[in-house]
Write a protein that binds this ligand. Sequence first.
Ligand code: ADP
Ligand code: MG
Length: 696
Amino acid sequence: METVKEYFGSKVFDDRVMKAMLPAKVYASLRETIDEGKPLDAGVAGAVAAAMRDWAVSKGATHYTHWFQPLTGITAEKHDGFISPAPDGGVIMEFSGKELIKGEPDASSFPSGGLRATFEARGYTAWDPTSYAFIKGKTLCIPTAFCAYGGAALDKKTPLLRSMEALSKQALRILKLFGNTSAKRVVTNVGPEQEYFLIDKKLYDQRLDLRLTGRTLFGAPAPKGQEMDDHYFGVIKPRVAAFMEELNDELWKLGVLAKTEHNEVAPAQHELAPIYSTVNVATDHNQLTMEIMQKVAAKHGLVCLLHEKPFAGVNGSGKHNNWSMATDAGQNLLSPGETPYENAQFLLFLCAVIKAVDDYQDLLRISVATAGNDHRLGANEAPPAVVSIFLGDELTAVLEAIETDTPYKGTEKTQMKLGVDVLPKFNRDSTDRNRTSPFAFTGNKFEFRMLGSSNSIACANIMLNSAVAESLRIYADRLEGAEDFETALHEMIKKTIKDHKRILFNGNGYDDAWLAEAEKRGLTNYRTTADCMPHLLDKKNADMLTGLGVFRPEELTSRCEIMLENYCKTILIEARTMVTMAKTQIAPAVEGFTADVALNAARKKTFGEAISCRYETALVSKLSALTDEIAKKTEALEKAVSAAAAVPDVIEQSAGIRDTVLPAMEDLRADCDEAETLTEKKRWPFPNYAELLFGV
Ligand code: ADP
Ligand code: MG
């Protein structure tokens, strides 16, 4: 049997393959593009394409596709065969440099938010050599960016690459000031921890809500939930273990560094964490991971739910985006150093993040905003919708000492003078974790915990990279012109702490008292996607994002529109699904059971007036009242949906949906869930929470 070491990356056109198959000159040139972001040498593409084709065909591939990430949030692919007719009646396998570099999928059905009028529907895909090509099934997949013919980005990869560029450029300016002239590039590294649910496919198939919306729209709580805390890190059941084993194998073949797996807090909930990689690759790999999870689950008679809140009253699923910056030489810029100078540099990068998160709280919130994630944020299982930073007591004390020019308690020195004094060693104990913080410093990286489980991590990292690049830009402008570097540096760090300490919070983020405190501090608290998304276009945000070249103004408008449209469509589909289920499944089931009970009572009465039928009478009146309510509330929801669907302006529509459709959905659900608790189990038209959550 092949060992992991032997088959890891076997489906990837990675460095090992490139080195072995490409002419030395071509390889060197491609490496420069990958490592240093240099523009691709046009002559190189043909040779790379030929090698890719030979390699892919030898692995059994028959097709190739430009693999891209349109704004729908999932990946897209259109397969083309390698075959080309040969004069002798046979075929040859062809793949040119041109086909590698550029593709023209018919892109008219992808959302563009008005960027691409239908008459110029064509978009094109462009090879991203920084993410390795790979084989999925019998298809060679080439990671690509997706743009409209005026160059406007229609995907998530393009702005992500631009944000990496922006951050690298500004970070290099800072490094130079600290005497580092050898660094060629600064990259952001990301390790996304992915949560998901696994449920039995046979049960899933019986629920229209799961099939159409990915979450349960009805369901009374199961008698047992997560209160025993017996699932987190618990023993993994054999069926789940078999799934995880195959998932790992598939991911490893694709070069995904799947590393850690365990049960999560909720029953049926699990997590997978990879080893971190460059954010661009981490993003592609996370998209692949989500796709492979679903495929492998199907093979095991399971369904993998990636929705943020599949079950009400049970913890939802998120994604933890572990983020850091490093030089091409591998120096982690968020790691406290050994020397005073390194420490000063660390503190400056740390401050850049603090300033970025405070200045652009709204953008971070926006970057994780979806209808699904709205159910999770602030529901006492995930961070609130308020963005804040956890630094831990020790680092906070250091910053306070710097701000106030007072001695830090751990040192003998009179005060912390940057660039002179050695910082104390920070405690990196992993028990010192605050799991309620949306943005926590964990020793040498930040963990952004607000992402939803189905989100592409591109959005969060675009905003994070950009906001930090902006802080660094401002710092570099100031420091490059300073007469005395060290004094200017010290003053700037002090000023950052003073101006932005409101964003620092080490306490319990789930506590209501924090929400009140956050409001006092002037932090934003956007509860829903409808609340936050329009702020993407606020002048401050648009100026920053366009100033750094991460977005064009029209790209921002289009994204805002697409995200809001997506929010509206998602909720309207959910509402319509509820109406269908209430009318055709729930009401008839309750009614049928009520009729049976009533009939029983009538039958029992024939045995004499002395038979009270109190049980039946009470139950029948309760159930009849509920059926009436269900009918009334179904009608109210239908009306709310029609009214909302007719609103032409998407910002107005999203607000209407938030204010009328969502509450009407909750109302209807409450009565249906109550009816479920009173109705005979075998009459209930679909599997209940206990079956779904404990059915594997
Ligand atoms: P936990 O948060 O569960 O204690 P770890 O801190 O070991 O686990 O790692 C969580 C994730 O963070 C993993 O994906 C890991 O690869 C990633 N990670 C570790 N170091 C860094 C770093 N410097 N930059 C980005 N991600 C990192
Ligand atoms: Mg973690």
